[in-house]
Each structure stands twice: as structure tokens, then as C-alpha cells.
Design a protein around this ligand. Sequence first.
Ligand code: 6GU
Length: 227
Amino acid sequence: MMRIDVISAVPDSLVSPLNTSILKRAQERELVELVVHNLRDYAYDKHKQIDDKPFGGGPGMLLKPEPFFECIEECLSERNYDFILFPSPGGEIYNQRMANRFSLAKNILILAGHYKGVDDRVRERYATNEISIGNYVLTGGEIAAWVIIDSVVRLIPGVLNDSESALNDSLMDGEIIEAPYYTRPADYKGMKVPEVLLSGHDKKIKEWKEEKSKNLTDKWKKINNLE
Ligand code: 6GU
């Protein structure tokens, strides 16, 4: 079974995200084990302080190195990690190819920073991959951790049912956008489902989906300045 550990200063923020819907079901099916560690449990001074002012000045607080080092060393004493991920706006932009690679791992550790960041010695000593989930700024690494976990866990065999299958996803390899989907009613407030989908003509439906997919993929490449 794959195991993913997350270290966070705000572990509560990940409780609902990791225990809802498909991630919840994946854990119940024992296809993945998700464990969130509370950074504060590894602060051994009497005030359990996990943050401090940055050397050299500047606004905000930094997460101190010691609690991270203590927690990471405890994790490492129990298992080896294929990847130790450090979510950061300065990292490599996350994509499906990376999700595919991470989904083959046995153990992953995610170091989720918060506030203004983490003392850089944590990243320097332990991170194998620094990852950004896009060109915008979040308050912390927890949402990025959720994004990474969600995108990785759904690729584990048995997590998705046939109807949810990852095999013909949009973006399976980062290149193809699927045709749109519709369900009943066939006419909603005058907005009609494309006639061909109601026709029962399998070959024509397949051709329509391929054509739509091609057009949407071209449009997607244009609006995202690809190719
Ligand atoms: Cl991984 N962290 C933060 N704080 N902001 C981000 C990000 C990560 N990826 C994009 N923006």
C-alpha cells in the first residue's frame, strides 16, 4: 500500500480534504495510507514555539528548522521515502507527468510550509523535489499538498471505478482535452444536448467526440500559449 506523510503547522486544514470522497474511499479500501503530522508536536521547548523572526529582517515569521528536522527524522527512522516534496511557489510547475511518476512511489513525504515560509535549511537538507502548483501565491503548502495527493492517489490502481477511469482523462499526458459531457434532461431551458449524442449511432458519436476533442485541444493550446 502506498503511504503519504504530510508535515504541517496547520494539520486540521487537511483533515476534511483528505477524508472526503475518493480520497476517503481509497483509504477505506486500503489502497493508500495518508498521515498528517502536527509540526507543533515536535517543538520541544517549553513554549512549543514553531516560528520565529527572519534573520536579516523583513515582515512575517518563519517556521523554525528544529521541529521539521525532528519530525522528518522520526519519519525517516520508520521508512524510506521515494520522494520528499517541498511545495513552494519557487518550485518546478506541477503537471500530469510528475503526478504519474509520483504515483509509482511506495512512500512520499510532503513538507508543507506555512506563514511566510520555512527556514531554508529544511529544504536544503531533505527536499528531493520542490514543487509549485501554479504561478500565483497561496498562504501555505497545505493546498498544494492536497492537490498533489489528489492527483497521485487517483492514479493508484483500484482507486477509481471503471466509470471514473483515469485511462482516458483529459490531460492523460498533458496533451488532450476531452469532448464535453451531458446528461438528462436533453433540453434544459432551451439549451439542447448535441443531437448526435442522442442518435445511438456509435460511429458518429465517436467521430463527434474526436472532432470536439481536437478543437478543444487546439483552443486550449492557444489560450495557454502552448506550441
Ligand atoms: Cl506549493 N505554495 C505556496 N505558498 N504558494 C504557491 C504554491 C505553493 N504553488 C503555487 N503557489
